[in-house]
Design a protein around this ligand. Structure first.
Ligand SMILES: Nc1ncnc2c1ncn2[C@@H]1O[C@H](COP(=O)(O)OP(=O)(O)OP(=O)(O)O)[C@@H](O)[C@H]1O
Length: 250
């Protein structure tokens, strides 16, 4: 069974075609990065997978047809970290507790509280539990959003540009958390613009261009030709002394 299977997924906004017949699979425990130019349809694709937009074609999540899943069933299979998270008056603990909604009764159970504490520890922000989210830095807020998704305890986690607006140290911290999660068996699917982070942390890259599936490649193999075609630029990939692949466009 695949974690995610897309077959001929298409979507239009008011008759304007955005996604055109996208098909690909994601294996369980894989760290898949979705890349492509601005406006290619990456965020739209994530919203289709989350059932927030109604697309044609078929989407299977952990072997189950998305169209046949109830909202609470879907929320136990897949969690979503959106591109922008709005900070508010909620304490970090309560913000992360929102991830327990699919499981919670009127009051949080001991399991809910344990799960929140575990999620906060996993992303390394347990010391911020009492702080209102509006008093967090961009990186801390991003980690809180990831912790909320972890508290949801889903086998798949979907992220839309999780390293946006983060400084280099926070970028690496967030990517290390995601890599560790995928190594522990979670399926991580992330839209990213930072090709170097994608090459370094992803297992595989899927390229979307003009609403279509352009191609896929193993991240370790550099993916030079696909990068060139996706971004209409010349690309060079070099290996650093640490064994990382670094790519630059010209
Ligand atoms: N609510 C909407 N109504 C109409 N068109 C929309 C809407 N949201 C997005 N679009 C259009 O759909 C296309 C795909 O947008 P989408 O946000 O999915 O692209 P993206 O690949 O995620 O882009 P980026 O890398 O810039 O975030 C764009 O042309 C965008 O203008």
């Amino acid at each position: 069974m695949k974690a995610l299977s897309l077959r001929d997924v298409s979507f239009s906004y008011n008759g304007h075609s955005i996604l055109r017949g996208i098909s690909f699979d994601v294996e369980k425990g894989e760290f898949l990065v979705i890349l492509g130019p601005n406006g290619a349809g990456k965020s739209t694709l994530l919203r289709c997978i989350m059932g927030m937009l109604k697309c044609s074609g078929s989407i299977e999540i952990m072997g189950r047809n998305l169209a046949a899943l109830r909202r609470d069933e879907l929320a136990k299979l897949i969690s979503y970290v959106p591109q922008r998270v709005e900070p508010n008056f909620l304490r970090v603990f309560d913000f992360v507790l929102l991830g327990r909604k699919p499981y919670m009764g009127l009051r949080p159970s001991n399991d809910d509280i344990k799960s929140v504490m575990h999620a906060l520890k996993t992303v390394g922000i347990e010391k911020l539990a009492e702080r209102p989210t509006r008093m967090l830095s961009g990186g801390e807020l991003q980690k809180a959003a990831i912790a909320r998704a972890l508290a949801q305890e889903t086998p798949i986690i979907l992220l839309d540009e999780p390293t946006n607006n983060l400084d280099p140290k926070s970028q690496i911290e967030v990517m290390n958390v995601l890599k560790r999660l995928s190594k522990e068996g979670k399926t991580v699917i992330s839209v990213m613009h930072d090709v170097n982070l994608a090459l370094r942390y992803g297992d595989r890259m899927v390229f979307i261009k003009e609403g279509k599936f352009l191609g896929e490649c193993e991240a370790g193999n550099g993916c030079r030709e696909l990068l060139k075609a996706a971004f209409d630029s010349n690309v060079e990939i070099v290996e650093t002394k640490h064994g990382f692949k670094i790519c630059y466009f010209f």
